[in-house]
Design a protein around this ligand. Structure first.
Ligand code: ADP
Length: 342
């Protein structure tokens, strides 16, 4: 595919220039966090119980597609507990020494957040286990015959792990998390509330219909909603005296080539490949990845979760299948084999 994920307007991952705005738009308390009601209710009880008992909160695993609020929730947990928050990510720590240094410096009850925790290497996982269970680390100093194991105590802390791929987590690591929550795509109504909240913070004048249009095209993802809002704001400033109305939002999003469903050319190409090259499927994900010159991981992690969620794509034991909805989207008729599948 021609586009890198980091260039996609509708990528759920953070783009290089977004850090600053993300920080200002990120909710700080549970009450400001829109949607995910069940997760919030459960977390709120876990947090209150830990506080009341004066104990450390159990380790928390949050999983779901990128841009849905996992990092935000982790920092909110720290705020609600009134403890320090420290963040890193699986691919960043590649050395036992680094992890041992972090662990031996954690503060009592603090939140230690590891993003993309499925990418932590096995050696690091093993260093982590005693830290998670008994708040100690076994650390080997020296090499060869002179090597010896030193035990270091670690302050009781809570690990919050986030992953887009819970299935890739090793069973022993997964079993260390007492609290596990799946974060789902948001409804258009919830995204509308998020867009209006962000517009207030960024002081962008906007009609309700304008916010709803942005929300509808944000593929269930707050990060995308905030990104589209900023781009529509640019358009509105240049073309419409700064106010985001329905027609301004539509014109801006059309220019950005984000269509009614929030699809961009990558989604269209993926669906069209299944339809045109493989008769609508089933086609194995490896074959599909090769046809699109894409990584299997990227298809599974980034592109297909939303297409599956809105019913355009099915994952079957024999491979991916485009649904009749996907055919209709391109103005095509599902073939008889396809109809028989649904
Ligand atoms: P993830 O860690 O799952 O990739 P983030 O927590 O970094 O996602 O969220 C991306 C951005 O989306 C945040 O900066 C925040 O502004 C916004 N966001 C995410 N979830 C919510 C929510 N429930 N309510 C309001 N804003 C949200």
């Amino acid at each position: 595919m021609a586009l890198e994920d980091s260039e996609r307007m509708v990528s759920g991952s953070m783009l290089p220039d977004e850090q600053q705005d993300e920080y200002s738009l990120r909710p700080k308390r549970l009450a400001e966090f829109i949607g995910q009601q069940k997760v919030k209710d459960n977390l709120s009880i876990s947090i209150q119980a830990a506080r009341a008992r004066g104990e450390v909160l159990d380790h928390v695993l949050l999983y779901g597609p990128p841009g849905l609020g996992k990092t935000t929730l982790a920092s909110i947990i720290a705020n609600e507990l009134g403890v320090a928050f420290q963040a890193t990510s699986g691919p960043v720590i590649d050395d036992k020494k680094d992890l041992a240094a972090i662990l031996s410096n954690v503060e009592k009850f603090q939140i230690f957040f590891i993003d993309e925790i499925h990418r932590l290497n096995t050696q690091l996982e093993e260093l982590l286990y005693p830290a998670l269970e008994d708040f100690r680390i076994d650390y080997v100093v020296g090499q060869g015959p002179g090597a010896r194991t030193v035990q270091l105590n670690v302050a009781p802390f809570t690990l919050v792990g986030a992953t887009t791929r819970a299935g890739l987590l090793s069973a022993p690591l997964r079993s260390r998390f007492g609290i596990v929550h799946r974060i789902d795509f948001y409804t258009a109504e919830e995204l509308g509330i998020i867009v209006r909240r962000s517009a207030d913070i960024l002081q962008v004048p906007m009609d309700r219909e304008g916010s709803e249009e942005i929300a509808r095209r944000s593929r269930g993802t707050p990060r995308i909603a905030n990104r589209l809002l900023r781009r529509v704001r640019d358009y509105a400033e240049v073309k419409a005296e700064g106010r985001i109305t329905l027609s301004v939002a539509r014109a801006a999003l059309e220019m950005l080539e984000v269509d009614h469903y929030g699809f961009d050319e990558v989604d269209r190409k993926l669906l069209l490949t299944i339809i045109e090259k493989y008769g609508g499927g089933p086609v194995g994900v490896n074959t599909l990845a090769a046809s699109l010159s894409e990584e299997v991981d990227a298809i599974e992690e980034i592109y297909e979760p939303f297409l599956i969620q809105i019913g355009f794509l099915h994952r079957t034991p024999r491979g991916r299948v485009a649904t009749p909805l996907a055919f209709q989207y391109f103005g095509l008729k599902p073939n008889s084999a396809q109809n028989a599948l649904f």
